[in-house]
Design a protein around this ligand. Structure first.
Ligand code: 0X9
Ligand code: ZN
Length: 267
């Protein structure tokens, strides 16, 4: 269970305050307002969206020492979900928010590998392209499908170069060509930063996952369709440190160039 689903010592909470203010310095300020009888610092965490605050609501927690759930609420209140995956849509009177936008495209929509339940991380949405973000991308790509020769979608993490299909274990009719191009892209990455990226068809390499944008673009007629899963392989996972941004972008660029070159040769 998460940090917020546990009780923490005073020392841990002081550390948490520093971290959360550092990570969200755009919204949070820590204000020293005095010290306790035992000389421990007392801080206010101020949540402010605009520079000039108009009015405020005060919340305190832990006036009574034995009521541990009370400070747990204050931490929970501040905690931002860094690991949010889905869109932000609401669904009737369900308390769960969002649709997995990579399950919401019209490609074997909501088959095995997606969920019809709002509360799941892979919720496919109420119908294909129900999400305005998905609809906008699909409409644009559809309107320009004759000039778009390659569709590349960037995700993280796992270091993979994936190509269709993800909605079925069957091979696509361009499997061999896409596999050799994905291998070339992985080799280019290796040359650039020495990192290992694994090439393969989506369903065979990771899991069945219908309704993805790559499969949808491929079935629309855009043959060179890829999902690139960027760094890392699990050390930091989704919380990739900033120092890895540049090398990750350089290796991704080398993969994109390899794909672009192949597209140009096959126009
Ligand atoms: O599951 C996904 O949507 C992608 N992996 S991620 O960890 N970034 O969520 C993989 C997408 C592969 N392609 C399709 N499922 N169509
Ligand atoms: Zn993703």
């Amino acid at each position: 269970s998460s940090y917020y689903e546990n009780y923490h010592s005073m020392k841990e909470i002081y550390h948490w305050m520093e971290e959360v203010v550092r990570v969200h310095s755009d919204l949070l300020r820590k204000i020293y307002i005095g010290s306790s009888y035992e000389k421990r610092p007392l801080y206010v965490l101020k949540v402010q969206l605009q520079e000039i605050p108009k009015s405020a609501i005060w919340i305190d927690c832990g006036i009574h020492a034995r009521e541990w759930i009370s400070p747990a609420f204050c931490l929970w209140f501040i905690g931002h979900n860094r690991l949010w995956r889905k869109s932000r849509s609401s669904h009737g009177n369900s308390k769960c928010i969002g649709t997995d936008m990579n399950r919401n495209f019209d490609a074997h929509w909501c088959g095995k590998g997606a969920s019809p339940y709002e509360c799941q991380e892979t919720y496919c949405g109420p119908y294909p392209e129900s999400e305005p973000e998905v609809k906008a991308v699909a409409r644009f790509v559809r309107d320009h499908k004759d000039i778009i020769k390659a569709y590349i979608t960037m995700h993280s993490y796992s270091q993979l170069v994936l190509f269709p299909y993800s909605y079925t274990m069957d091979k696509s009719k361009d499997h061999d060509e896409l596999e050799s191009l994905a291998k070339k892209a992985a080799t280019a990455i290796k040359r650039t930063t020495k990192k290992t990226y694994t090439p393969g068809a989506g369903a065979q390499t990771i899991y069945l996952a219908p309704g993805g944008s790559d499969d949808w673009a491929y079935d629309l007629g855009i043959k060179y369709s890829f999902t690139i899963e960027l760094r890392d392989t699990g050390t930091y996972g989704f919380l990739l440190p900033p120092r890895e941004i540049k090398p990750t972008c350089l290796e991704a660029l080398s993969a994109v160039k390899e794909i672009a070159q192949h597209v140009l040769q096959n126009l």
